[in-house]
Design a protein around this ligand. Structure first.
Ligand SMILES: C[S@@+](CC[C@H](N)C(=O)[O-])C[C@H]1O[C@@H](n2cnc3c(N)ncnc32)[C@H](O)[C@@H]1O
Length: 333
């Protein structure tokens, strides 16, 4: 097995796409056909992200991701990776996703360590996230997954199919103390009420996980969601974990990406958050050995001033993803 120039191991896991048996069962195929035929690209982004995690499972350790992403998304993502390897690309598709997953996992664990047991963890735009089944650091936590009703319904049914599988090692086992799925559109003003009706208590310490969601919202919706979370900081220890795109990044999908923020460390305190820590892909706490080569794009970007929107060498847009941690005033972190 050779080592790729960006520190990745090229080889077995990407040469051939192996689909788990479960994906071939009628019930699962029917569900994924519904996703393909009926869901818009916003909802399908949940499966796309899961496909990335599935193909990077040697680092993300997400065994349910194949089932949740489905054959079509897995094949598309696999094709992209194959082409990247063939063209000796400086970045392999999915590396950002893999780093992002590991960053959120590690910051979530650290936040839970700093808070007392019984902490609530709210995943906004949870999609096909499987942290409640993956992370043992959630064993004392009450997890809430918020997403559109159809996304959560299909996710639940797919996980039930895994549970009924004859193959015991494919059975999802809950690691969190509890898990509650809350069907809500977070651009409507009733989502917090729905969360509370499902058992969320604003006065209890909470970690809010906004992974791959905020830039899908309009500017006013994103600000409103952040403000609602910031308002909770006055009631209980609160940690926010979120990723933000800078303006050039939103051009990568002009139909889906809207909200951007070039300076989250200025925006968040203005809403009431404190202790804002920002990382870029490639920073010491945000590479996990996956972006080690100095020639890779992330390291090049990190060496440029953040105010720079286009690359001085070739005029290409400086697309940045900021991984941001913030806390409420009474939090210890
Ligand atoms: C790119 S996926 C990320 C999913 C998950 N956080 C992850 O990292 O795997 C974006 C998710 O946000 C959800 N979403 C987008 N807009 C939403 C809204 N207004 N209300 C609730 N969920 C939303 C989509 O359905 C999708 O599941």
């Amino acid at each position: 097995m050779s080592v790729h120039n960006n520190g990745l191991q090229e080889g077995a896991q990407w040469q051939e796409l192996k689909l788990p048996h479960l994906l071939h069962t009628d019930a699962v195929q029917k569900l994924h056909a519904t996703i393909q035929n009926k869901w818009d690209s916003l909802r399908q982004s949940a499966c796309q992200t899961a496909a990335g995690r599935a193909l990077w499972k040697h680092v993300t350790h997400d065994p349910l991701a194949d089932l949740l992403s489905g054959e079509t998304h897995l094949r598309k993502f696999h094709e992209k990776i194959k082409n990247d390897l063939l063209n000796n690309a400086r970045e392999i598709s999915g590396v950002i996703l893999a780093v992002r997953t590991l960053w959120f996992d590690s910051k979530l664990e650290a936040a839970l360590d700093s808070l007392s047991g019984g902490t609530q963890v709210v995943l906004l735009g949870a999609g096909m996230d499987t942290r409640a089944y993956r992370l043992s650091c959630l064993k004392e936590s009450h997890v809430f997954e918020v997403d559109f009703p159809e996304v959560l319904e299909v996710k639940t049914t797919l996980l039930e199919a895994a549970n009924e599988s004859i193959n015991n090692d494919q059975h999802p086992t809950l690691k969190a103390k509890s898990l509650c799925r809350v069907a809500a559109d977070i651009t409507n003003n009733d989502w917090l009420e729905k969360l509370q009706n499902s058992g969320f208590v604003p006065e209890k310490s909470t970690v809010w996980v906004l992974e791959g969601i905020i830039y899908y919202l309009s500017h006013s919706d994103a600000m409103q969601v952040l403000q609602i979370i910031a308002d909770k900081c006055a009631l209980a220890s609160t940690v926010l974990l979120a990723d933000f795109m800078n303006k050039p990044s939103t051009t990568l999908s002009s139909s889906n990406f809207h909200f951007y923020c070039d300076w989250p460390e200025r925006l968040l305190p203005s809403l009431g958050f404190s202790h804002v820590k920002l990382s870029q892909i490639g920073d010491p706490d945000a590479h996990f050995g996956l972006t080690a080569d100095p020639s890779n794009l992330f390291n090049k970007l990190r060496s440029l001033p953040r105010s720079m929107q286009t690359h001085p060498d070739d005029g290409s847009p400086c697309c940045r993803l900021y991984l941001v941690q913030a806390s409420g005033l009474i939090s210890q972190t």
